[in-house]
Design a binder for this molecule. Structure first.
Ligand code: PLP
Length: 420
């Protein structure tokens, strides 16, 4: 039996390969940090390279304080809980982290999830029903798209970062036009009961930041909930690392923030939703990934507490990150690279003026790797045609010498390939 089915899967795999979309995994033999040891291709001699593609924005992935907190938790709280939260999976640690996150974001309460992917998977279905509407940015993260798929609310997609398009969608939702246009539903259009606007705080491909101030304004005008997924913003943006919402001066004005512990905040796993008291309470009662998936491990929770403590104690790491980002962005521009302007440590290097941009992006990434710089090229269909890029991610843990080493490699490869 499997012989026939195997043929189908093999066909699919070869299609992925022939379209250039096959994702190879490189094996890292060291801990996650700026200078890593990598075995690639498989079986070759390991090489030391500089890592410029991790979401390790604050360098907490192997920070001594985080590791110490995790070790201590292992000793004092054990390894696993073998339970979901509401049966016997809630330790003092979980409550402490939830309280700390709420304090940090100046919200009323917080609920932990195994990941932000799970948080988004459990958010929409719990809060929105068939009589509601969700208005979502066209470039929102896959976990938001999937979370919305699980709920019955009418979906309105607005053009990426286009506030006029958002307003149009809100008007439509308010008027109720097409609210009932699903197959088999022939009811009269009625105005949506509740509307939710959902946006990424930072969009991962361009490193651009949502116009949260305007989104909150529109939310007020059209009487909606406003939700921001700030996975790439938490710990990175804002005066004190409270993310894109702080950067916009909108702390306390956004109803719900979802985010991850898997990027700047230690980089292991874990996610959370923080916001209005009643919303968090309903999620605890009804959100399926929370109810039916295991509690977050004590080690992860303790490390999360340490990460938020580190951020609350001082701005050194974030200042360093900001400094490194500005330095790298300015130097890349001076070298003549086509980068998307911004302030985020995601620095997209584009090849827009070249016809063969996809090939150039991939070749540049390959040659950079040969020079000891680990970056990844993104081409169509991961990004739009003509928008092929290398996405560089800067960290507070990069030293000036490491940044300079990367810049020298970019200069050398860029000149060789005629990019600059
Ligand atoms: C990375 C990311 C996620 C997923 O976070 P995990 O905790 O790794 O599941 C969700 N949303 C956005 C916007 C992200 O960038």
């Amino acid at each position: 039996m499997y012989q026939r089915i195997k043929y189908d899967f093999a066909q699919e795999l070869s299609k992925i390969k022939s379209s250039g979309l096959y994702k190879e995994e490189r094996t890292i033999l060291s801990e996650q940090k700026p200078n890593i040891r990598v075995e690639y291709p498989a079986g070759s001699a390991p090489r030391d390279v500089l890592n410029f593609c991790a979401n390790n924005y604050l360098g907490l992935a192997n920070h001594p304080k985080i590791i110490e907190a995790a070790r201590k938790a292992l000793d004092e709280h054990g390894f696993g809980m073998a339970s979901v939260r509401f049966i016997c999976g809630t330790q003092d640690l979980h409550k402490t982290l939830e309280r700390k996150i709420a304090e940090f974001f100046q919200t009323e309460d917080t609920i932990l999830y195994s990941s932000c992917f799970d948080a988004n998977g459990g958010l929409f279905e719990t809060l929105l029903g068939v009589e509601d509407a969700v208005v979502t940015d066209a470039l929102n993260h896959a976990s938001i798209i999937d979370g919305i798929r699980l709920c019955k609310a009418k979906r309105f997609i607005y053009d990426h970062a286009d506030m006029a398009s958002l307003e149009k969608a809100l008007k439509k939702a308010r008027e109720g036009v097409d609210v009932w246009d699903g197959p088999g539903l022939d009811k009269e259009p009625v105005p949506a009961r509740n509307i939710m606007i959902i946006t990424d705080g930072v969009f991962s491909m361009d490193g651009d930041i949502a116009d949260i101030r305007r989104i909150v304004e529109l939310g007020n005008t059209y009487d909606t909930l406003v939700v921001v997924d700030d996975s790439h913003g938490t710990g990175v943006l804002g005066q004190t690392g409270r993310g894109s919402v702080e950067e916009a001066g909108m702390l306390g004005r956004v109803d719900v923030i979802t985010s991850t512990l898997g990027k700047a905040m230690g980089g292991a796993t874990g996610g959370f939703i923080t916001g209005r008291r009643e919303i968090i309470e309903i999620l605890r009662q009804k959100s399926r990934p929370y109810l039916f998936s295991n509690t977050v491990a004590p080690v992860i929770v303790a490390a999360g507490i340490a990460a938020f403590d580190l951020l609350a104690q001082g701005q050194e790491l974030r200042e360093k990150l900001r400094e490194n980002t500005a330095y790298f962005r300015n130097r890349m521009k001076a070298l003549g690279f086509d980068i998307i302007d911004g302030v985020h440590p995601i620095v997209p290097v584009l090849f827009r003026t070249f016809e063969n941009d996809a090939k150039l992006a991939q070749q540049t990434a390959r040659e950079l790797y040969a020079e000891g710089i680990y970056v990844v090229g993104f081409v169509y269909p991961v990004v739009p045609k003509g928008q092929s890029r290398i996405r560089v991610q800067v960290s507070a843990a990069h030293t000036r010498e490491q940044l300079d080493q990367a810049l020298r490699a970019f200069e050398k490869v860029g000149q060789k390939l005629g990019v600059i």
